[in-house]
Design a protein around this ligand. Structure first.
Ligand code: PLP
Length: 377
C-alpha cells in the first residue's frame, strides 16, 4: 500500500499537480558529503572484488564498535552486514523461524514483518497495542506466548507509530521472557538515533541484561545517515544465529555492495554533526506537524518521540464523503487535495493513517491545511 500511494502521488505530480508527500518513509536530506567522499575515494582503489559474505573487516569493526558503545559488547566476528536492515531482519527471521512456529508482532506494525514470517512458514501473532499508547505491555506479551512462540519482534522507536519504549517498559518485557527460554527477541533499532526531546533510546539488550544472550539487534545506516538507497544494515546477537544468517546470506545475496560498505564505514566512524542537524530539523517538523494535526477536529495523535512519523487516529473523520476506511480516505485526499499519506490498514491499524514529517516545513503547513479543508468539507 505504501508503494501504491507513492506511485499514484508520483503520477499526479507528473501531470503537473503540486502533491504534498507525507507517504515517504525516508529522510528528504541527501547523504552527507563526507560519506559520499568516502565512496568516491573507494572507487579510486581496488573495489571490484567480492568482499567476505558478512561484510568487510573495516565495516564489521565499525559496526561492532558502535554496538559496544551503546552497551551491547561485541567484536567484528559477532557482526553480519547485509543489504539494508530489511535484509538483516529477513535473514534473522528465516533462520530463527520454522514451519508453524509463532512470531509475536505488536500492532501497529511495520508492513514487512507479516510477509517475512510468512516466507519462513511461521504464523503471525498480532498483539494490538493501540489502547496502551502503542506500547507492548508485559501482560499482553504473556498472554500471546504459547509453546510454539519462537520470536518476539520489538521496534523502538517504532514505525508507523513514532513511539519509543522506555527502559522500564522494555525491562518489564524482559522479565516475562525470562520465563520463556525458547523465545528470541529480534530488536529492530533502525531509528536508534532519531529520538527527540527528553526521550532516551534504550537498546532492548541493554534494558534486559538477563536475556541479552537471546536478543538479535538489527540496525543500519539508512535512516540516520540519509542512506536508504545505499542498502547497508547490520546485526549482532547469539553466535549461532549470526553464523546461520551468514550461511543463509552466503547462498542468497553474498556480500552487500562493496562501495556501499566503504561509505558506511565513513558514516559509522565519521562526524555526527550533520546527523544531529538533520535530527534538529526532524524535531522542529515533528512539533509543527503534531500541533497542526491535533488542531484537526476528529484527529487524535499518539505523541511521537522517535523516527519521523505521526500516526493519528482519524476514525471520527471517516464517513461517506471522506471515505469509510483510511484506504478510501487516503485515495480521495490524494485525488482531491493532492496530499499523500499511508492508510493505517497497511500497518494493522484500521482507523489510523501515517504521515511522515521527512519533508519541508512549508509542505507540512500546506499539507495539514489541505487535510483540514478536506476533513471539514
Ligand atoms: N525496520 C523499520 C521499522 C523500518 O521502518 C525500515 C524502513 O522503512 C526498515 C526496518 C528497513 O530499513 P532499511 O532501509 O535499512 O532496509
Amino acid at each position: 500500500m505504501t508503494f501504491a500511494i507513492t506511485a499514484k502521488a508520483k503520477a499526479l505530480a507528473a501531470e503537473g499537480r503540486q502533491v504534498i508527500r507525507f507517504g515517504l518513509g525516508e529522510p528528504d536530506f541527501d547523504t552527507p558529503e563526507h560519506i559520499k567522499e568516502a565512496a568516491r575515494r573507494a572507487l579510486d582503489g581496488r573495489i571490484g572484488g567480492y568482499t567476505p559474505v558478512p561484510g568487510t573487516p573495516e565495516l564489521r569493526e565499525a559496526a561492532a564498535a558502535s554496538f559496544t558503545e551503546s552497551g551491547i559488547p561485541t567484536d567484528a566476528a559477532g557482526v553480519i552486514v547485509s543489504c539494508g536492515a530489511k535484509h538483516s531482519l529477513f535473514n534473522a527471521l528465516q533462520v530463527l523461524l520454522d514451519d508453524d512456529d509463532e512470531a509475536i508482532l505488536p500492532a501497529p506494525y511495520w508492513v514487512s514483518y507479516p510477509s517475512m514470517f510468512h516466507a519462513a512458514g511461521a504464523k503471525t501473532v498480532l498483539v494490538d497495542t493501540r489502547d496502551d499508547g502503542c506500547v507492548l505491555t508485559p501482560d499482553a506479551l504473556e498472554k500471546a506466548i504459547t509453546p510454539r512462540t519462537r520470536v518476539l519482534v520489538s521496534v523502538s522507536p517504532g514505525n508507523p507509530t513514532g513511539v519509543t519504549h522506555s527502559r522500564a517498559q522494555l525491562a518489564a518485557l524482559g522479565e516475562v521472557l525470562e520465563k520463556h527460554p525458547d523465545v528470541v527477541v529480534v530488536s529492530d533499532e533502525i531509528y536508534q538515533h532519531l529520538v527527540y526531546g527528553e526521550t532516551e533510546f534504550v537498546p532492548f539488550a541493554v534494558a534486559c541484561p538477563r536475556i541479552a544472550d537471546r536478543v538479535v539487534t538489527v540496525r543500519g545506516v539508512s535512516k540516520t545517515f540519509a542512506m536508504t538507497g545505499w542498502r547497508i544494515g547490520y546485526a549482532t546477537g547469539p553466535a549461532d544465529v549470526i553464523g546461520a544468517m551468514t550461511r543463509f546470506q552466503g547462498h542468497s545475496t553474498s556480500n552487500p555492495t562493496a562501495i556501499a560498505q566503504a561509505a558506511a564505514v565513513a558514516a559509522l566512524t565519521g562526524p555526527m554533526e550533520p546527523i544531529w542537524k538533520m535530527r534538529e530539523a526532524f524535531d522542529r517538523r515533528r512539533k509543527m506537524m503534531l500541533q497542526l494535526l491535533e488542531a484537526i477536529d476528529g484527529f487524535t495523535v499518539f505523541p511521537p518521540t522517535g523516527a519521523f512519523y505521526c500516526f493519528p487516529d482519524i476514525g471520527p473523520c471517516l464517513n461517506d464523503r471522506t471515505g469509510n476506511t483510511p484506504l478510501e480516505f487516503a485515495d480521495r485526499l490524494l485525488e482531491q487535495e493532492g496530499v499523500a499519506l499511508v492508510p493505517g490498514e497497511a500497518f494493522g491499524a484500521p482507523t489510523n493513517a501515517r504521515l511522515s514529517y521527512a519533508c519541508s516545513e512549508d509542505d507540512i503547513r500546506e499539507g495539514c491545511q489541505r487535510i483540514r479543508k478536506f476533513v471539514s468539507g
